[in-house]
Design a protein around this ligand. Structure first.
Ligand code: 5AD
Ligand code: SF4
Length: 484
């Protein structure tokens, strides 16, 4: 979907200034097409939108397929195993398309962005000579310039620096897919990078050191999103609760402070944030969950393992009892909170006893939902080279057992909602006529039939009638036609 009108014409002067676009460039240049394929996390989705925004004043409209595009970018993720291999096989397909189009005299620029680009750098240029651009997550603001240079031919450009300047300060305000096409909910990156160095994780190497954006900038961006129709914002950061951005009147703001500042925006109904580290869950943030307001009762708080020995080997900087105590304090502040987590099974050295401790913890906490993964060695991370790697079949067996416990907890949480009236924000259309799908406060998908179209994008009370493994079903508390 392209909504190119937004930035066409005499694009706003301030934006041209930030991006150093010549006065009439946006109108004079033949409009070109860009396709960015996004892999991985929500932050990549956000980054893709920002990159698309950055290219719009340079004459680029977004298109849905690589075949239609003059510039194709893969925005990659490096968290999962074989991530790099998937990128190389996609590049193989793109090479064929590029060669075929070259015969027609059509020049296509191919770029690799994101965490695989950061981790592999020059290796991509070597293995996939079809690539014109390789650039890491901290250099997106340089994209227009990089594309202009790549368009002149020559060897591939590789930019995997962690520059001193803040990319956010050099990118135009977001205003496209995030706001207009996506509509009701949006992501907003407030913090990036991580200084925790868990021994399994690539993030500190691919996203760099922890960095927080200033409160004023985030509030400004959130206001723009709300003005364009967004009702729910999810604040993103790899270690979001370590947030310490500049406060408007000096000093640094905590995440709790940022949430309170954002909650004042009229028209914004809901706030969420992800992903948090247990160590950085301060009292103020816990208290914020107990305050009535816009912060939703859902917290993603990865624990990774239920064994202290493994947590130590992971360099998680917390123990099981610290985590359980924290959960107790959060539940004291907000008894109905839905808790979510990430788990890794088969970390090097994980014994049957360690794994049983993880099962115990999952049973004790009863997560409303959770993600679980088999450990996969990530090149360059400390754990990758450790002795005691767990055999694949053991990992698979443990994963299946853990997932069964998690699914049980999830179903129990969903079933416990039956009979309750929950406010649902309708943000998607279902497959049936007049079916809308929305999110409960606890982030469950709620399917509702016979919903008048005007409720799309609005909060409505829904009586929950069925609780399933992955969703809820309900009916409007107020029959259609009766509102007002
Ligand atoms: N192996 C398996 N899972 C991992 N994760 C991060 N790195 C790895 C890895 N090397 C998981 C963690 C993290 C989530 C985003 O991905 O559980 O919280
Ligand atoms: Fe990776 Fe999260 Fe650990 Fe940071 S806190 S190193 S992002 S797992």
């Amino acid at each position: 979907m392209s909504d190119s009108n937004v930035l066409e014409g005499p694009a706003n002067a301030a934006m041209r200034e930030t991006l150093s676009v010549p006065e009439d460039a946006a109108v004079a240049v033949r409009r070109k097409k860009i396709h960015i394929k996004t892999y991985g996390c929500q932050m990549n989705v956000y980054d893709t939108n920002r990159m698309t925004d950055a290219m719009a004043p340079h004459g680029y409209d977004e298109v849905d397929t690589p075949e239609q595009a003059d510039v194709v970018i893969l925005n990659t993720c490096h968290i999962r195993e074989r991530a790099a291999e998937k990128v190389y096989s996609e590049l193989g397909r793109l090479r064929k398309m590029k060669d075929a189009r070259a015969v027609e005299g059509d020049r296509v620029i191919i770029g690799v962005a994101g965490c695989v680009a950061q981790a592999e750098g020059d290796e991509i240029r070597r293995r996939a000579p079809t690539v014109d651009l390789v650039f890491g997550p901290q250099t997106y603001h340089r994209l227009p310039d990089m594309i202009a240079r790549a368009g002149n031919g020559g060897p591939a450009l590789v930019d995997t620096e962690f520059p001193a300047e803040d990319k956010f300060g050099h990118l135009p305000a977001p205003r496209r897919k995030q706001t207009l096409a996506r509509g009701v909910t949006a992501f907003l990156t407030v913090q990036e990078g991580c200084d925790k160095f868990c021994t399994f994780c690539v993030v500190p190497y691919t996203r760099g050191a922890e960095f927080s954006r200033p409160v004023a900038r985030i509030v400004g961006e959130a206001r723009d999103l709300v003005a364009a129709g967004v009702r729910e914002i999810t604040l993103l950061g790899q270690n979001v609760n370590a947030y310490h951005g500049d406060a408007p009147h000096g000093g640094a703001s905590t995440l709790g402070g940022l949430i309170r500042a954002l909650a004042e925006i009229e028209g914004l109904e809901r706030l969420r944030f992800t992903t948090s580290h247990p160590r950085d869950m301060d009292d103020d943030l816990i208290a914020a969950h107990g305050e009535p307001g816009k912060l939703m009762p859902y917290l993603h708080l990865p624990v990774q393992s239920g064994s202290d020995r493994i947590l130590d080997a992971m360099n998680r900087q917390h123990t099981v009892s610290f985590y359980l105590d924290l959960i107790g304090r959060i539940r004291a502040a907000r008894p109905d909170i839905a808790l979510s987590s990430d788990f890794i099974v088969g970390f090097p050295g994980e014994t049957d006893d360690d794994f049983e401790a993880t099962i115990d913890l999952a049973r004790k906490v009863r997560f409303a939902q959770a993600y679980s993964f088999k450990y996969s060695p990530r090149p360059g991370t400390p754990a990758a080279g450790e002795a005691g790697q767990v055999p694949e079949d053991v990992k698979a067996e443990r994963l299946a057992r853990l997932q069964a416990v998690i699914n049980e907890g999830q179903l129990a949480f969903n079933e416990a909602c039956v009979g309750r009236v929950l406010p649902v924000l309708f943000d998607r259309r279902g497959r049936h006529e007049a079916q809308l799908i929305g999110r409960s406060p606890y982030l469950q998908s709620v399917h509702v039939e016979n919903v008048p179209e005007q409720l799309f994008g609005k909060l409505s009370d829904v009586i929950i009638e069925e609780g399933h493994a992955n969703s809820l079903k309900g009916r409007l508390a107020q029959a259609a036609g009766q509102e007002d």
